[in-house]
Design a protein around this ligand. Sequence first.
Ligand code: HEM
Length: 480
Amino acid sequence: LLLHRKGCPINLPPSPPGLPLIGNLHQLSSLPHRSLLDLSRKYGPVMLIRMGRVPALVVSSANAAQELFKTHDLAISTRPYSKTATKLAFGARNISFAPYGEQWRQAKKLAVVHLLGPKRVLSFCGVREEEVRRMVERVSAASGRRSGEVPLSEVLYEYSNGVVCHAAAGKETREGRTAARYREMIAQSSELLRGFQVDDLFPSLSWLGAVTGMDAKLDSMGQKFDDFLTGILEEHIERAKQGFDGNEDFVDVLLSLKKDGAGEVGLDEIEIKAIALDLIAAGTDTSFVLLEWAMAELMRNPQVMKKLQEEVRQITNSKPMIAEEDLNQMHYLKAVIKEVLRLHVPAPILVPREAVCSFLLQGFRIPSKTRVIVNAWAIARDPNVWDDPEKFQPERFMNSPVDFRGNDFHYLPFGAGRRMCPAINFAMATNEIALANLVYHFNWELPDGMSPMDVDMAEAPGMTNPKRIPLRLVVTCVKN
Ligand code: HEM
């Protein structure tokens, strides 16, 4: 029991009873956003749990999230230490996992201003067009086969990863397509990247990693990422000697900032590698799951698919491809994407933060060093703030001012505050053009006489929540 110096108990948030040593870990399923919602129904929207030795605040209402981000954002702007992030991501000298401080501030500012700002995102229009074309060609090839069946999840992953790798490091390296090499590495390490590492939850057991061989596995994986990024960096340094041609990727931009010292930016090569890898990793699964759930919801809701196809085809009927300038008129498309981001928040509990000092939230004392989890998934389906929250209904976003830029606390797919996602423009540009072209070029059906209600909507575990069963659809080509 925590006590004030004078001996009075501290008013901590309510907690579900835990077990010795593991705390509440046994109450968390492999889909923590769901178990945390169940617990919060009983213990309230501001709840304290224990994950092993680590205390964690869980916020599950828009009101509490508003107070958290508006009043205490600075107190929760650091990330907890993670051995995995440190070993795999260049000592966490990136943006996502860096502790709050000067290095993170510089890296984030640089990303917002130089890599992910509106002008730079626009400059990648050609990259998106090329990757969309590849995707459409791959689906068209399937439509010509007898079964007409497309492994759509695979195609969508390849697209999302292709766009971000192409923007980060260029299309090709000497050893082949950057995206293909990245996917190969991730596939080899998927077991390491899934779930928590024991010593992140039991810091006093950190020696276990050495005994079980986990540290060695992480080191070897970290070395693979390093070799991959080092190769990319060396090729970019070589190419930069001939000067830039206006088609710079993220690594080119980072190198140019390093070269002229660009004011306050003092990047070294490790930071360049760390940031490039960070953006590839942060940008791949998030966009992929958004597109995957979008197609699953459209198959489950044929009237929404019909309305979307009507909008898209009416606006661009005679063009061979939908172009980015057409998207501004596609209000229903934007509403569909917003609704997918509500019902299938790609990072359902955002990315964990840690309190650097103690503070009061909704009258409860949150001690320093508490991990902070915002259950954005639960908030986005809270019946107190959303009508019919379980229903997929893009119309709720038509003519609605509700937006995902961190000011509407009942809708936080990109987080809020200082650690909020810096890539909203990049993500929207990537996903809108892809979805628009998928429903423009093709008609989609479910295989094997399945009906819309048979589409499996279960989630698989992970930082993002992909579909448990990958989507396979039957396709017919309507545009050539
Ligand atoms: C649908 C797509 C995406 C979603 C839903 C999403 C969501 C998020 C969320 C929830 C966070 C944590 C926010 C917080 O702690 O409050 C985050 C952080 C971040 N995202 Fe995204 N993201 C998406 C796409 C991308 C893309 C495409 C990139 C890069 C190209 C990217 C780069 C980052 C980075 C670098 C951070 C760390 C920010 C920091 O710690 O300061 N994200 N994102």
